[in-house]
Design a protein around this ligand. Sequence first.
Ligand SMILES: [Zn+2]
Length: 191
Amino acid sequence: MILSQFQSVGRDLFNRGLVSSHSGNLSVRMGENIVITRRGTQLNSLEENDLIETGICKNNRATPLASIELPVHRAIYQQTASQAIVHAHPPHAIALSLTEMEIIPTNEWLPVIGRVPVIGWNMEVGPGGLADIIAQALKEHRIVMVHGHGSFAIGQLLEEAYAFTTALEAGCQVNCLLKSLQPDPSRKTSL
Ligand SMILES: [Zn+2]
């Protein structure tokens, strides 16, 4: 059942600290329509009325209730063959997105998600912004980062997009640990 997939991924994202109480959003493709989480909903306690169905290209009466990131989800479904999307705020990946133009995960994660582009440098980005640029990038990648904001992952199922999100965060956590172990070359040690 579709609700149970949303509930399981939403709860896991929250429990792993990949979204905060009211952040993040999920969607799946349903033919010409999209089922997406409600605007401002809590992913850790989703119920049937938190799932909003609207058109991929057309609005309906439910459209205003959909997540504020609806324009990004729509653009991704219009421009790729993906069946599901997970948008999260993984903290280590966000930290690296503030310093890197591209995130290169460690060897363990590289075959899973590849190199991850960071989109939106030097741009004013509001909710739903960068929709076309994100969708274009997801033609070549399974997951992308928006500079200082969060990740967008695609998959055939929500579970798959969720797995790419956890892989990115796990890889970024290792990268952050490695950076913290490397000595700062600007700091001279006195002997
Ligand atoms: Zn976000």
